[in-house]
Design a binder for this molecule. Structure first.
Ligand SMILES: *Cc1c(COP(=O)(O)O)cnc(C)c1O
Length: 317
């Protein structure tokens, strides 16, 4: 099973704010690995697709919203690797299809819409049994690739990084990516997660569970313990996929200054948060004072495909 992926480059970014604060900031560009199959979504898919191949499945079924980066990546990776794909989409069909879903269809994905209430059952064996009855022997990957195979792939995100760093910063939805990254750090390194959902504190329990389950699973782990991690919950901008003018101008300015595009849903909120904390001289609370953790690696988790749809939404308003 192979895709031609470019190893993600690390790019240092400079600003007066950083040098005044004595921090070094680099960006790991997972967005550049492949035109379609990139970002953390590829890492979360990798071992799920390998497991499907190993068990001789020919069809992948997965779940997502209408703008989902995971649906987009699964459609493309499935097509490139010779799987049929079925995307179970939350809510009703809207025509014309948005850019995310039309891309998925172009890649050969079959779309199936289920109402929001049924969608809530997406993790249950009952719904999975229904779907298998409808679509036959399908290999089911959870929404977002959020399972232990997903964590496993994310333990490899840093494997090609040669730059030295003390702290990694990453945007969190389910925090599967944060969990994998944290398992691959040295004990002296730290990870800081920036939840993009409101009241992101609930993720603490999820992260603890994922780490415990992973370490008990017997799956390969780079180390037998997880490095310290912390969440910064103040940069959700009102909740999932919510933006305001401040965030939009930040994206424009950041992209102009550094030539690095950001997505509205995930990476922009983390980058904004990191830069704001550096400006305030307080990066991540007492345990992780930036003064002792001065080399930061910001993980660009991709997601840029979603910007096409965001632009449409804004224009529509
Ligand atoms: C899905 C996604 C995330 C969140 O990943 P989790 O593992 O669910 O925390 C972050 N950034 C981008 C661009 C994503 O698409």
């Amino acid at each position: 099973m192979s895709l031609s992926l470019i190893p993600p480059p690390t790019q240092q970014i400079n600003s007066e704010i950083f040098s005044r604060a004595g921090v070094e900031v680099s960006v790991l560009r997972l967005d550049l690995m492949h035109p379609w199959v990139n970002g953390n979504k590829w890492f979360k898919l990798k071992y799920n697709l390998l497991a499907a191949k190993e068990d001789n499945y020919t069809t992948i079924l997965t779940f997502g919203g209408a703008y989902s980066n995971h649906i987009y990546a699964t459609a493309a990776a499935g097509n490139l690797l010779g799987f049929r794909t079925i995307g179970v989409i939350r809510g009703e069909e809207r025509l014309p299809l948005n850019p995310t879903l039309s891309f998925a269809v172009e890649q050969g994905m079959q779309l199936v819409y289920i109402d929001r209430e049924t969608y809530r059952q997406r993790h249950t064996p009952e719904l999975h049994a229904d779907l298998r009855q409808r679509f036959g022997e399908v290999f089911i990957i959870p929404e977002g690739g959020c399972n232990l195979n997903g964590v496993r792939g994310c333990t490899e995100i840093l494997s090609e990084v040669t730059a030295e760093f003390d702290t990694i910063c990453v945007a969190c939805g389910t925090a599967t990516t944060l969990a994998g990254l944290t398992l691959s750090l040295q004990p002296k390194q730290r990870s800081l997660g920036f939840p993009v959902l409101k009241n992101g504190d609930f993720l603490k329990q999820d992260i603890t569970n994922l780490l415990t389950q992973y370490l008990a699973s017997g799956l390969p782990a780079p180390s037998s313990t997880a490095a310290p991690w912390e969440l910064v919950c103040d940069y959700h901008f009102g909740g999932y996929a919510k933006v305001n003018d401040q965030l939009v101008s930040f994206i424009d300015e950041f992209t102009q200054s550094y030539g690095i595009p950001l997505d509205y849903v995930y990476t922009a909120k983390m980058f904004y948060g990191v830069i704001d904390l550096i400006r305030k001289g307080d990066l991540g609370g007492d345990q992780l004072r930036w003064a002792e953790r001065h080399r930061l690696l910001l993980i660009h988790t991709g997601g840029l495909q979603g910007n096409l749809s965001m632009k449409n939404i804004k224009r529509a308003n």
